[in-house]
Write a protein that binds this ligand. Sequence first.
Ligand code: TXA
Ligand code: MG
Length: 352
Amino acid sequence: MKTQIVSMDEKKIDMEMLRKAGEIIKKGGLVAFPTETVYGLGGDALNEESSERIYRAKGRPSDNPLIVHICRIEDLAPITAQVPDAARKLADAFWPGPLTMVLPKSDRVPGATTGGLDTVAVRMPGHKVALAFIEAAGGYVAAPSANRSGKPSPTLAKYVTEDMDGRIEMIIDGGEIQIGLESTIVDLTEEIPLILRPGYITKEMLEKVLGEVRVDRAVLEDGSKQPPRAPGMKYRHYAPKGELTIIGGAQERVVDEINRRTRSMQEKGEKVGVIGTDDTVAGYLADSVKSAGSRKEETTIARALYRILREFDEEGVTVIYSESFDASEEEGIGQAIMNRLLKAAGHRLERI
Ligand code: TXA
Ligand code: MG
């Protein structure tokens, strides 16, 4: 299959091209598109065969449910069995935006889209190209992140092309993604809303709207010990090819320790990569040293993380050390960054 690649800016939306993209979806085809979190791999959420094609294109197990993307709040009711008050409040507060809600599904959503579950995950993305594309596609677009299963989610279209060229009909290149980590997922079928995946919308932000909110224990623990509620969180995700270890502790000691380990790995013939920050990168001795950004601005770190993991793969790095990004007092997106980093590291975190 020949994959058509088209470029589109949020400021200059090409309606003609989006109509074409929408037609592809309506015919059961697949189109990758930008959202504010990561690139998505879209298919018709109400068409069983489209969802099966998504799983095949990603190489993803089909028990791992897809998120249904909508472009109008009114479109929530037809795909859910009922819309609880909490969902309306969250939609008013955070949609369009990086929040996914899990709700009981209606019969219109095929089991192939929800991995056989009787719940459906829904989100209305905060990206103009995404919203216009969903509308052109008929209103319901199932979209996982547009990476091959096991690779970091794409934050640049070139990574979508790397993973999906020849497997899907079209890729819409919308440039670099804003947030860089996938949406927050909150399960509203529980008595107390439960965060299944942390993201840009934090527990504190949800609590301001809903009152008490809990976080699934599997979020910051080793998923193999505590089975997670979001089926997708149990797979080893975001894995770089190099073996990644996170080193936590006081800044100066961490730099010294990583340099000590770097030397010993280099003696063994390994190619070493380091993930540091603007304040520390000058002090590292590794073959490839990258700054994730500034600790004072965690959003820069969120945006850079997946790109850095992919770059290490491209450079053939075999061993990676990362500084730790422990969730700070004012939690912010720190918890989401650490959640993804721990998964990429297979939970190898050493505190010194
Ligand atoms: O930001 C995002 O959410 C991106 C963009 C493209 O919108 N999408 C994304 O999709 O991250 P994906 O498929 O990579 O991750 C979806 C996660 C998986 O962990 C899946 O198990 C969980 O959502 N999920 C989907 N439906 C669910 C349901 N009904 N109940 C519990 N978890 C669900
Ligand atoms: Mg994903």
